[in-house]
Design a protein around this ligand. Structure first.
Ligand code: ADP
Ligand code: MG
Length: 676
């Protein structure tokens, strides 16, 4: 922060040395400013005159740090401005220099108070403090009853007062005014000039461009320009009030310069407010259409994944419902030559001894059962019914997660005495259609059996589980395996049992146990592969693995949609930068740094994308939840995925907003202000 030493009126605060500003127009060079030498002393009130195009504005812009010279140097307080970085230059524009334009250059969307407060935004004053000061400053300039109006509701004189208030609100030492009365009628001009005189009397240093020959004489100096050069520099009618200059100098330590040090720039809530006002609300339709890409991308990936995860979970639940951690060893039921061949090779097929061996060799086996299926005619009171008849032994109920709902299960004696008893599935019990099924007689291949129990209902959706070789226990008729083996005719070479069911301690053993089982059975079956190993949960996982392609495809399409949304955001932001280029110029003129502008536009693009992401998530949740409820489809919301979706849309806004924001930040302030 430069400290003008205003007490020494002989030492210039600004030294301009051989300052040039040339423009390259096709082949010719326009010398807007051509080797100008010029000093400004504290307390000066310099009137700059000259014909149109003589370089007055160019000089003002260079002194106001809104433009860079082609050559020569500009010293403020002895510091070469060419050596200063953007942050320092912006700070000086913000706190040491107040610029008043002919075209007022107010932001049309902001109220008078907000316009006046604009330069305070960039010096780190916050909230209420900012508004209080802006209101006081505006009131001092006679705008007390217009504070909440928009610029479009004010007269030219009031607009210029607002612009002056904005230039003064940070209490700058130097005021630059480029034809401040050029757009005003003569009465209003006089009022505005009155304000400048008052400021000068208080000790401010002022440089003013004017076309009015009468005003030109009212300063302490009159500088005439022609063709980019200063052709005369003569005293004016006014004199410098040394006391006032000294007084202002004495107050330098306080006021604005105190809270200059740190924390300039837009705060989080400033960015949020600008983002909502300019990014979201200014062009609602346009913004919404841009957001659609993100909304569609986010909502589709969440919706699809919720249904997909829901269906997977349901299937896994059902597998667990039918017996968790289950491994099934299923006899291949070889026939004819292949059966003979297997027996010749020394394999007796699957038998109860196999189970005994497995149990001793594989400690992870917790429970086990043997099953033999047999095709028999089943008659109930002369009527044929069509169950799957299974001879079972061991812990069949537990392994398959079944329960007897009425009657009882087989007891020790049933097995030992080979009793002719049966337990029927819920579906079969229904077919018997009796009040009391227990005690009913069934003819199995002509042999009478007594129903002693009924299995509880198992509500399994077999269609969804087709790949897992699961059958419906509701349609089963169970008899003790021993009874079946002794009572039914033995088919000579056939394997003793059809299936061994093993329940492992936990799901993690499924894989290793599978290998161990093959090793054990490889020995007893003499290497003949006359059995299959089926792990339902594994089959399901494989099935899900196969479906993963679909998930990946969904994610790809959603990502493309999000990227397209991002491109849309980039497009809209580029348009926005062009549309608001004057706003960029104005903000830069009152002290915004490049990063302030960068963050502003970046926060706008991110706000659009984050809003899109959140709307997408909300939409997906609502849709999935209602569809799931109405159609009774299981759904699972993946919290990490919701998070990823929101993060992805945020990152999209960041990535695709970066280029437009960068464009905005790098506009030369004076070019931005001149843009029509
Ligand atoms: P004044 O304010 O005295 O009317 P300016 O300082 O605006 O004059 O302009 C001085 C000269 O520089 C003019 O001839 C103008 O055409 C030229 N000039 C100003 N800005 C540009 C620019 N961005 N590109 C090309 N020429 C410019
Ligand atoms: Mg001009």
């Amino acid at each position: 922060m430069p400290q003008y030493d205003l007490r020494d009126v002989n030492e210039p605060i600004i030294k301009v040395r051989t300052l040039c500003r040339h423009y390259q127009m096709g082949g010719t060079t326009v010398k807007a400013l051509d080797c100008v030498d010029f000093d400004v002393h504290p307390g000066d009130f310099i009137m700059v005159v000259g014909s149109s195009g003589s370089g007055k504005s160019t000089l003002m812009h260079l002194i106001g740090l809104l433009d860079q010279p082609t050559s020569g140097c500009l010293l403020i307080d002895g510091d070469d401005m060419a050596q200063c970085r953007d942050g320092r230059l912006s700070r000086m524009r913000n706190r040491s220099i107040g610029f008043v334009f002919q075209q007022f250059n107010l932001l049309n969307d902001l109220t008078i108070t907000e316009n006046v407060a604009l330069s305070q935004v960039y010096c780190g004053r916050r909230g209420e403090d900012r508004r209080t000061r802006a209101r006081a400053c505006a009131a001092e300039l006679g705008l007390g009853d217009r504070l909440t109006h928009l610029p479009s509701e004010l007269s030219g004189g009031q607009l210029q007062r607002t612009a002056i208030a904005r230039a003064l609100v940070n209490d700058p030492r130097l005021i630059l005014a480029d034809e401040p009365t050029g757009n005003l009628d003569s009465k209003t001009s006089r009022e505005i000039m009155g304000i400048f005189h008052e400021l000068h009397d208080r000790g401010h240093t002022i440089i003013m461009v004017t076309h009015d020959p009468d005003l030109a004489e009212q300063g302490t100096r009159k500088v005439t320009m022609s063709d980019g050069q200063i052709v005369s520099d003569v005293p004016g009618r006014k004199t410098i009030d040394q006391a006032a200059v000294g007084e202002l100098a004495a107050s330098l330590g306080g006021g604005a310069s105190e809270d200059t040090g740190e924390g300039g720039g837009l705060g989080f809530f400033d960015l949020l407010r600008i983002g909502v006002r300019e990014g979201l609300m200014a062009h609602r339709m346009r913004t919404f259409l841009t957001m659609l890409g993100i909304i569609i991308g986010v909502s589709s990936v969440i919706a699809m994944s919720s249904f997909s995860l829901g269906s997977k979970k349901k299937q896994e639940d059902q597998i667990r419902e039918l017996g968790a951690n289950l491994v099934r060893v299923i006899d291949k039921r070889l026939e004819n030559e292949r059966l003979t061949e297997a027996r010749m090779s020394g394999s007796n097929g699957l038998c109860r001894e196999d189970l005994a061996l497995l149990r001793t060799n594989i400690p992870a086996i917790e429970r086990a059962a043997c099953v033999r299926e047999i095709k028999l005619n089943v008659l109930h009171r002369g009527r044929g019914i069509n169950p799957r008849v299974l001879g079972v032994s061991g812990e069949y109920l537990d392994v398959n997660n079944l329960r007897v709902s009425s009657g009882r299960y087989f007891e020790r004696d049933d097995t030992l005495l080979s009793r002719k008893v049966a337990v029927v599935g819920h579906g079969i019990a229904g077919q018997l259609n009796q009040e009391g099924v227990i005690g009913e007689k069934l003819l199995l291949g002509g042999t009478p059996y007594t129903v002693v129990g009924v299995l509880a209902d198992k509500n399994i959706d077999l269609e969804e589980l087709e790949a897992t070789s699961i059958s419906d226990p509701n349609n089963d008729l169970l008899v003790p395996l021993e009874t079946l083996l002794t009572r039914t005719a033995h088919l000579d070479l056939r394997s003793e049992i059809d299936e061994i069911q093993l329940q492992l301690e936990s799901e993690e053993f499924l894989h290793t146990a599978g290998r161990a089982i093959k090793r054990v059975l490889g020995v007893t079956h003499q290497g003949v592969s006359d059995y299959d190993l089926v792990i339902p949960m594994d089959l399901l996982k494989q099935k899900h693995q196969a479906q993963r392609l679909l998930d990946i495809l969904t994610i790809c399409i959603s990502s493309i949609s999000i990227v397209v949304g991002g491109i849309g955001i980039m497009n809209i932001m580029l348009a926005s930068v062009t549309e608001r280029i004057r706003e960029i110029g104005i903000r830069r003129a009152v002290g915004a740094t490049r990063s302030d502008i960068l963050y502003q536009f970046l926060s706008e693009s991110m706000l659009i994308s984050i809003t899109g992401g959140i709307v997408g998530v909300a939409l997906a949740l609502a849709a999935v939840f209602s569809i799931g409820t109405v159609l009774e489809i299981p759904v699972v919301f993946s919290m990490p995925l919701l998070g990823i979706a929101v993060v992805a849309s945020t990152v999209t806004g960041l990535v695709f907003g970066l280029y437009p924001a960068y464009q905005a930040a790098n506009k030369n302030p004076v070019d931005a202000l001149r843009y029509e």
